[in-house]
Design a protein around this ligand. Structure first.
Ligand code: SF4
Length: 468
C-alpha cells in the first residue's frame, strides 16, 4: 500500500532544513569540541586556546597524490613520493574514506587541506570531484598547490562541462618561495622579489574567475623560510599584503622529508625570528599570545584587518576590554561557523543574541575601539579585509620518531627534546586520518614516520607509467 504524503510534509521538511542551516553550532561539532578540549594537555587549556573551544583543528589528506613536479630544497615529501603515479580513482576513494573518518571524529564544518604532492597534477575534473567529496563530508576544503597553473585550469575546475558553477567559493593555498625549482617562466628564482609577478598572477586568476563566473575565493600564501630567505620575509609581507590573500603563512624549514634536499642549517631560523620579520614587513607589532592554536612552539597566529595600507589586530592584547571580548565571544558563540551564506550567519547570530542580549553592547564597544585603531576613514574607504598572519613550525623527523613511539607506549621520554616533541604532538592542531587503524595522527608524524612506508606500498600499487 502506498503511504500518502500529508500536505504539510514539504513545509515541515523545509523548516527542519532551515533550522539545521541556521543552528549556531552543530551537535556533532559540540561533541567533538568537548572531546578535543578534554584531550589537551592541562597547561594549554587556557582562555586563549582555540582548540576545543572554537575549532577541533585543521585537517589534511595523506597518500592521496604523493607526486609533485617541482624540486624544492627542502621538500617534506620523501624520495619515494615521486615514484607514485597520480591516479584520480585512488585519490577519490582515499579522500572519501579519510573525510568520512574526520567527520566521525572531528565534527563538521572544519578546515581540511587537500594536500600531498601537487594537487593540480590530478587534472581539473578529478580535482573538482575531490573537493566536492570533501564538501559532502562537510569539510571546508583548501587545495594546497605550488600555484603553477593557468586560468583555463582554474575555470575548468570551477565550472562543469555543462557550464554550471560547481563552487560558490574556492579556497586555495599557493606556495611561493625562492627555494622552489620548476615554476614555468622562472625555473630557479634568485630571490623572493622575482616571484612577485607570479604571486600577482595567481591572485589575478581568481579575481578573473570571480568577475566572469561569480566564484568567490579565499587565498592563503605559504612560504618555507630558511636562513637564506629569512631576511626577505619582510619584503614578501610588504608585497603580498595588498594582494587579496586572506592569510600569509610561514613555515621555518625542518629536517623532514628528503635528506638530499637539506641544504642549510635550518635551526638558525626560529619562530620568533620569522615573527619579527613579519612585523617589520607589515610595520606593526603583531600580538599573538591572546589567541593560541594548540602549542605555542608549533603555531603562532594573529587575525587582523588590512585597510588603506595599514594592518591592525582584531583584538588588542594590551587592552583588558578586548581580552574580555575574546572570552565573551568564545563563551557565547563557541564553535559557531561564520563561514556560510550571509543570511544563514545572520539568523544564527540572531538566535545566539536572543539568548544573550548583553553581548550587543560589548560587541559595539569592541567595534568602536577597532574603528579608532584603524582609523574610521580607512575602515570606510580603505577596502578593509581580513588578513591573518601565521607561523607553523614543523618538527625534525629525528625527534618526532622517538616521541611518537614513546607516546604509543604510554611513556614520557627522559630526553627533554623528545619529551617536548611529545607535548607538542599531544596538542597537535593539524591532523591526518587513518580510518583502518581508527586513529588520527599529527602531520609531523605522518611526514616523519608514516609517509615512507605508505609511499612504498603506493609505489607498488600505482607505479609510474613511462612512455617509450
Ligand atoms: S605537532 Fe607538528 S603537525 Fe602538529 S601542530 Fe605541531 S608542528 Fe604542526
Amino acid at each position: 500500500m502506498r503511504v500518502g504524503r500529508f500536505p504539510g510534509d514539504g513545509l515541515w521538511r523545509a523548516l527542519r532544513r532551515f533550522e539545521a542551516r541556521t543552528r549556531p553550532v552543530d551537535p556533532e561539532t559540540v561533541v567533538a569540541l568537548r572531546r578535543r578540549w578534554s584531550e589537551l594537555p592541562e597547561a594549554l587549556r587556557t582562555p586563549a586556546q582555540l582548540l576545543g573551544q572554537r575549532t577541533t583543528g585543521c585537517e589534511g589528506t595523506h597518500g592521496v597524490f604523493p607526486r609533485c613536479n617541482f624540486a624544492c630544497s627542502p621538500c617534506y615529501l620523501g624520495s619515494e613520493a615521486n615514484q607514485v603515479r597520480t591516479d584520480a580513482e585512488h585519490t577519490l576513494v582515499e579522500v572519501d574514506r579519510q573525510m568520512a573518518y574526520l567527520r566521525r571524529t572531528r565534527g563538521v564544518d572544519q578546515h581540511a587541506q587537500l594536500i600531498g604532492g601537487e594537487v593540480t597534477l590530478l587534472g581539473p575534473e578529478a580535482h573538482a570531484q575531490a573537493l566536492l567529496t570533501m564538501q559532502h563530508h562537510r569539510r571546508k576544503p583548501m587545495s594546497m598547490t605550488h600555484g603553477d597553473f593557468d586560468y583555463a585550469y582554474l575555470e575548468r575546475l570551477a565550472i562543469a562541462p555543462d557550464g554550471t558553477r560547481r563552487f560558490d567559493l574556492l579556497r586555495f593555498a599557493g606556495h611561493f618561495d625562492s627555494l622552489m625549482r620548476g615554476r614555468s617562466g622562472i625555473r630557479r628564482p634568485r630571490d623572493e622579489a622575482e616571484l612577485h609577478p607570479f604571486r600577482r598572477e595567481f591572485v589575478a586568476n581568481f579575481e578573473r574567475l570571480e568577475r566572469e563566473h561569480g566564484v568567490r575565493f579565499d587565498l592563503a600564501h605559504n612560504m618555507t623560510v630558511t636562513p637564506r630567505s629569512l631576511p626577505q620575509v619582510a619584503e614578501v609581507v610588504r608585497a603580498c599584503a595588498p594582494m587579496r590573500f586572506g592569510m600569509m603563512s610561514f613555515q621555518p624549514a625542518a629536517y623532514v622529508g628528503n635528506p638530499k634536499r637539506w641544504k642549510e642549517e635550518f635551526h638558525d631560523v626560529s619562530i620568533d625570528a620569522v615573527w619579527r620579520e613579519i612585523e617589520r614587513g607589515i610595520g606593526a607589532r603583531i600580538p599573538w599570545e591572546h589567541l593560541q592554536m594548540g602549542d605555542p612552539r608549533c603555531n603562532r597566529s594573529s587575525h587582523g584587518v588590512f585597510a588603506g595600507g595599514r594592518w591592525v589586530p582584531v583584538l588588542d592584547d594590551r587592552d583588558p576590554r578586548d581580552l574580555a571580548v575574546r572570552d565573551r565571544f568564545v563563551q557565547t558563540f563557541g564553535g559557531m561557523d561564520f563561514d556560510r551564506p550571509g543570511w544563514a550567519v545572520a539568523v544564527a547570530v540572531a538566535r545566539v543574541l536572543l539568548r544573550n542580549p548583553p553581548v550587543l553592547p560589548v560587541a559595539a564597544g569592541w567595534a568602536r575601539r577597532l574603528g579608532r585603531r584603524l582609523g574610521w576613514r580607512r575602515l570606510l574607504f580603505g577596502r578593509p579585509r581580513a588578513l591573518t598572519f601565521v607561523v607553523h613550525a614543523f618538527m625534525d623527523a629525528e625527534v618526532v620518531g622517538p616521541a611518537w613511539e614513546a607516546t604509543k607506549r604510554g611513556e614520557t621520554a627522559a630526553d627533554p627534546a623528545v619529551r617536548a616533541a611529545q607535548e607538542r604532538l599531544a596538542a597537535c592542531s593539524y591532523a591526518m586520518a587513518h580510518p583502518d587503524e581508527d586513529m588520527l595522527v599529527p602531520a609531523c608524524v605522518q611526514h616523519a614516520v608514516l609517509d615512507p612506508g605508505e609511499n612504498a606500498i603506493l609505489r607498488q600499487r600505482l607505479p609510474m607509467v613511462h612512455s617509450k
